[in-house]
Design a protein around this ligand. Sequence first.
Ligand code: SAM
Ligand code: SF4
Length: 351
Amino acid sequence: MTLTDLGLPMPVRPAPAGMPDTGPLLDTFGRAATDLRVSLTDRCNLRCTYCMPAEGLDWLPENQLLTAEELDRLLAIAVTRLGITSIRFTGGEPLVAQHLEQTIASASALHPRPEIAVTTNGLGLARRAARLKAAGLNRVNVSLDTVNAEHFAQITRRDRLADVLAGLAAAAAAGLGPIKVNAVLDPRTGLDDVVPLLRFCLDHGYQLRIIEQMPLDAGHEWSRDTTIEAETVLGTLRRYFDLQPDPSPRGSAPAQLWRVDGSQSTVGIIASVSESFCGACNRTRLTADGQIRSCLFSATETDLRALLRRGADDDALEAAWRTAMWAKPAGHGINDPSFVQPVRPMSAIGG
Ligand code: SAM
Ligand code: SF4
């Protein structure tokens, strides 16, 4: 039984018809979510133009953020009841969250042990890579759009390229590989940046993944006309590199991989806009303030924080999470005329 803080039974909504109450975390299209994206904070120490305005945002109030203990409880439900096998901590900037190491340690003690990854902008990673590894972190993705210091400062509005490069090196030294580098190409400089960026990644043994810019910027300024699409990126790269499709099965991976110059090294293209991969999506998302989103582009959220703070038991939390995912839409609809950009920007959802 679930209890409210008044000690009264909490109304439990009936489960939607046909929704299983055990087993994998399913939606009505038969997709099973096994990959959980957890945003640890909406705050960040960079101001990437495609994500945040120069002045930052109105951050979520402290009392609305899940505490480390609340988060541990939800992670345990995700892994032990809902079949989540991989957890990625993101944000905002996850390294800004003080409890990151503690949360990773708790998650890595769960059975069956999930694969644990972090997506970070790399600031401060040089100092923390070894500690994160010791806490149980398996892998990192580091976001880096260019190795040109001037372009980096224009894109992120901070002169911090050297810190990101040091973070990448420390992650590699700590054994947090395979290391992936996430790049969103700037409409002005991206096609100039992408060739040296791929050379840098090949030289260091990092896998570059180029992500099409999505309509998730806080300023709602995204335009399809200025987005550098996958075909354009491939056309540019092919002038300098031999690219052959990677023969490994893609599964639910968002990136289409290309083998470079006949080697085992690959570059990935994430064509979220021009060639969506929603049909194979295996993700569920938890925001820093405890909301479940079934999709990056969801228009609705399910408030697990309110349930937690009203004393809901694990059965009720599990049922609410399942119900949220059962309603996952077929796709993001970016290319539909009726598409409406979500109110939350990428930094507050968790990319
Ligand atoms: N701060 C961390 C970072 O930058 O890696 C984690 C959060 S960030 C929101 C996660 C990823 O989303 C980054 O790789 C970033 O490049 C990407 N991203 C941010 N805004 C985006 C947008 N509008 N379209 C596509 N990707 C975006
Ligand atoms: Fe910060 Fe990551 Fe957004 Fe850049 S993409 S502003 S690093 S949250």
